[in-house]
Design a protein around this ligand. Structure first.
Ligand code: ATP
Ligand code: MG
Length: 756
């Protein structure tokens, strides 16, 4: 090729170019939001493959979310061509770890068919242990303690379960002892069910790479995005992945460190610079994302933190439209205002902006209720990202639990949950008794059930004849049937029996639609729709696999046997467990344009032309349960810096718990509240043109319609809802009658209001 270097570096500024093409072993890019860190990292991957000549399969790229991984892969793919991006070892730390464990886990005694315990599984297990052993500790605290302990990192010389065999602290309180008991019990239980939790995935991979460095002997270099949010184990993992050549590129921003509660440590940055001396440290100082006024206000927020590491960040764009701070009576009034403001903006942009350009970013998932219902009422489709627990819905969880048991019969928890779903006349007490019996006798619940049903009298827990029949004739037979079908299909490559068929056969065998009708007479239709959504997610997953081919397979390495993972069900379940930022859609399947509702955490690294941050009151942000006010401030900073052109903060005056409590504006915002506009902008032609400029879009001719009547669409408190079609017709009609430049807006305002 003539000059690939040229095309990669073409659009970058000087600092970015230097970062992309640096030949230092360690490169650390520390820079603010929107300065092109991710963009630069992506370009560096292309550079390393195209210009330095690394094989893609020898390059590791770690991103923070599954979504970010997908987007990065796509961009790299476009630049590299020939589908070469598929060979990169690219994903979140968790998915990279899972890939290595699936391929080589046998070396460290991992059973091949391990499953993944997601957060809710872990919580449930800890809860049960605390109850059974009558521990006085608070289960969520215990869960967090266990996770912290695992995440803190591992010492090289310890045994098989690295995290667990750390030396106990010298002095133990009663609480401490209980925590450790709970930890041990929890770990035993995971092992019995052949499950790894999120932390284990990392810890066990660390163990693997430490004992069998040859697994990563091919790796030339490791690149990491959102480095500020790596924790101790991830740091360890990074070092081990790069152990052959010690070439590491990290990009991050200490101001956007928002995972301290998950043991992320900014300290890892200084540790890296110490342990890998001679790093090329590069700062990027231009913000390409946001208008100047959005950036200015965001910086006013983060600069309240006096201890922070100062950086330069200059906007490249013009002032733009002043961000809005709006107080409304209640959370529902707030949500309605948001929807009307969205509609007004899209309409005024003359179709330049669509619902896809809008995000509503929330401190906690629990706040989504009002926004969802207001959007729903207005007929606006939306997608939910992050922390909204699609996979935690009862009906979804049930189907997944069945799939988990089909994949892995020794998954006791999943089996316990489905034993009486649908109702088989097996009471909670019986289930509990069986689970305990299994635990005490160190056999799996599955084995125990099989024994029961064979009439093995050694089994102690009493179950009725009726229940026994239901288990053996119903549950076990059903599961066996599906499993047999899968095996058959595996032996017959011509068979079209895939993941979707597995799920569909399961649903038929369960008569699941009927089951939902009986169990949930009020909302079974919605639940069935959710199940359909799961099938379509599975179909998407299979399609992705087909397109990307054998991406999960690592390159052959001499002297070490690799297990090739062909089981699509296993991969799908792992994917579900690791997709913490899974998306769900509502409304019409075919709708292309959707408003995004996301937690701030899941919005990290992303950008939207229009961003709303509701509920900026004390107790919401900073959150009342948070102990780290600085982290809460950084969270607000992350939210605000997602916006490109328009930023709206809002706050309901009264709390929605119904006791008339007043909300106090967030202390991060109150000192600077006078810098905000109180109402949304008047969208005259120059405003819309400026938005177009920031987004690099073409100003559509439709916007001309509104050219002559700038004042007309200034918001008024009660000016909603506005029907865009109606308004456009009205505006066009008025243009025809030559009234456009009239200074008297009152009659038109009235007519608009009537149209709503
Ligand atoms: P964050 O800290 O929020 O993750 P970031 O530093 O990773 O931000 P990017 O997402 O990489 O920033 O870039 C922000 C926006 O700026 C993107 O739309 C990107 O395409 C654009 N951008 C980055 N560098 C340039 C450049 N040199 N010229 C034009 N646009 C750029
Ligand atoms: Mg980024």
């Amino acid at each position: 090729s003539s000059s690939p270097k040229h095309s990669i570096l073409g659009n970058l500024n000087d600092a970015q170019k230097r970062a992309v093409s640096s030949d230092a072993a360690t490169v650390a890019i520390l820079a603010g939001p929107g300065s092109g860190k991710t963009h630069t990292l992506t370009s560096r991957v292309v550079w390393l493959v195209d210009c330095v000549g690394y094989r893609p399969e020898d390059v590791v790229v770690a991103t923070f979310t599954v979504k970010a991984a997908r987007e990065m892969k796509e961009r790299i793919g476009k630049a590299l061509g020939g589908g070469r991006e598929k060979k990169l070892v690219l994903g979140t730390f968790h998915s990279i770890s899972r890939r290595y464990l699936a391929a080589y886990g046998r070396q460290i005694g991992l059973s091949q068919k391990f499953g993944i315990a997601d957060d809710s599984d872990s919580r449930a297990i800890v809860l049960r242990i605390c109850k059974r052993l009558q521990l006085t500790i608070d289960p969520p605290t215990a869960r967090a303690w266990i996770s912290k302990k695992k995440a803190k990192g591992t010492e090289p010389e310890t045994g098989s379960n690295v995290a667990f065999s750390r030396k106990p602290p010298p002095k133990k309180t009663a609480g401490q002892e209980e925590l450790e008991t709970c930890y041990k019990e929890y770990q035993d239980q995971l092992e019995r069910s052949n499950l790894l939790d999120y932390d284990d995935l990392l810890v066990r991979c660390v163990e693997l790479l430490r004992k069998f460095p040859s697994c990563v002997s091919n790796i030339q270099t490791v690149l990491i995005d959102e480095y500020q949010d790596t924790n101790g184990v991830q740091y360890e993992l990074m070092k081990l992945l790069a152990q052959q050549h010690r070439r590491i590129t990290v990009v991050g921003d200490p101001d956007q460190s928002i995972y301290g509660w998950r043991s992320a440590e900014i300290r890892n940055l200084w540790r890296l610079l110490r342990e890998f001396p001679g790093a090329d440290e590069i700062s990027l100082e231009e913000n390409y994302r946001s208008s100047q006024s959005i950036l200015d206000l965001s910086l006013l927020v983060i600069q309240q933190d006096k201890k922070r590491y100062q950086k330069v960040l200059k906007p490249i764009h013009n002032k733009g439209t002043r961000p809005v701070l709006r107080k409304l009576k209640s959370a529902s009034a707030e949500a309605e205002w948001i929807v009307s403001e969205i509609k007004r903006t899209l309409m005024m942009s003359g179709e330049m902006l669509t619902y896809n350009d809008v995000a509503v970013l929330l401190r906690s998932a629990a706040l989504s209720r009002h926004t969802e219902s207001a959007l729903g009422k207005a007929g606006v489709a939306y997608r939910m990202v992050g922390g909204f627990k699609f996979y935690d819905r009862v009906e979804i969880k049930t189907v997944l639990d069945y799939l988990r048991v089909i994949h892995q019969p020794e998954n006791n928890d999943a089996l316990a949950r489905i034993m009486n779903v649908p109702k088989r006349g097996i009471g909670d007490v019986t289930v509990k008794g069986l689970v305990e019996e299994a635990e005490k006798s160190s056999q799996s619940l599955w084995t125990l059930l099989v024994k029961h049903c064979r009439g093995d009298r050694a089994a102690k827990t009493k179950i009725t004849k009726h229940a026994e029949q239901k288990i053996s004739g119903g549950l076990l037979r059903l599961l066996d049937g599906v499993r047999k079908r899968i095996e058959q299909a595996a032996n017959d490559p011509g068979s079209p029996f895939g993941l979707v068929e597995i799920i569909e056969q399961l649903l038929v065998a369960l008569d699941f639609q009927k089951v939902l009708q009986n169990a949930h007479p009020d909302d079974h239709e919605q639940r069935w729709a959710n199940v359909q959504e799961l099938i379509s997610l599975a179909a998407d997953f299979v399609r992705d696999l087909d397109q990307t081919g054998d991406e999960e397979v690592l390159p052959e390495i001499e002297g070490i046997e690799q297990v090739k993972e062909v089981d699509v069900l296993a991969r799908f379940l792992a994917n579900v467990s690791l997709a913490a930022d899974a998306q769900t859609k509502t409304g019409d399947e075919e709708t292309k344009s959707l408003v995004t509702i996301s937690t701030i955490h899941a919005a990290k690294g992303l950008e939207w032309p229009i961003v709303f941050v509701p509920a900026v009151y004390n107790g919401s942000i900073p959150h009342m349960r948070s102990e780290d006010g600085d982290e809460e401030r950084r969270l607000l900073y992350v939210a605000m810096t997602r916006a490109q052109s328009l930023l709206y903060l809002s706050c309901p005056s009264y709390s929605s718990n119904g006791n008339g409590e007043r909300n106090e504006l967030s202390p991060f915002i109150s000192p600077i509240s006078s810098s905000f506009a109180k109402k949304g902008p008047c969208f005259d032609r120059p405003v819309v043109a400026e938005i177009a400029r920031i987004l690099g879009r073409k100003l559509p001719p439709e916007a001309d319609i509104f050219k002559a009547m700038p004042a007309m669409f200034c918001p008024e408190d009660n000016l909603f809802p506005v029907d865009p079609d109606e308004a456009r017709k009205l505006a066009a009609a008025e243009m025809m009658h030559g009234e456009g430049s009239s200074s008297n807006d009152a009659p038109r305002m009235k007519r608009l209001r009537l149209s709503g």
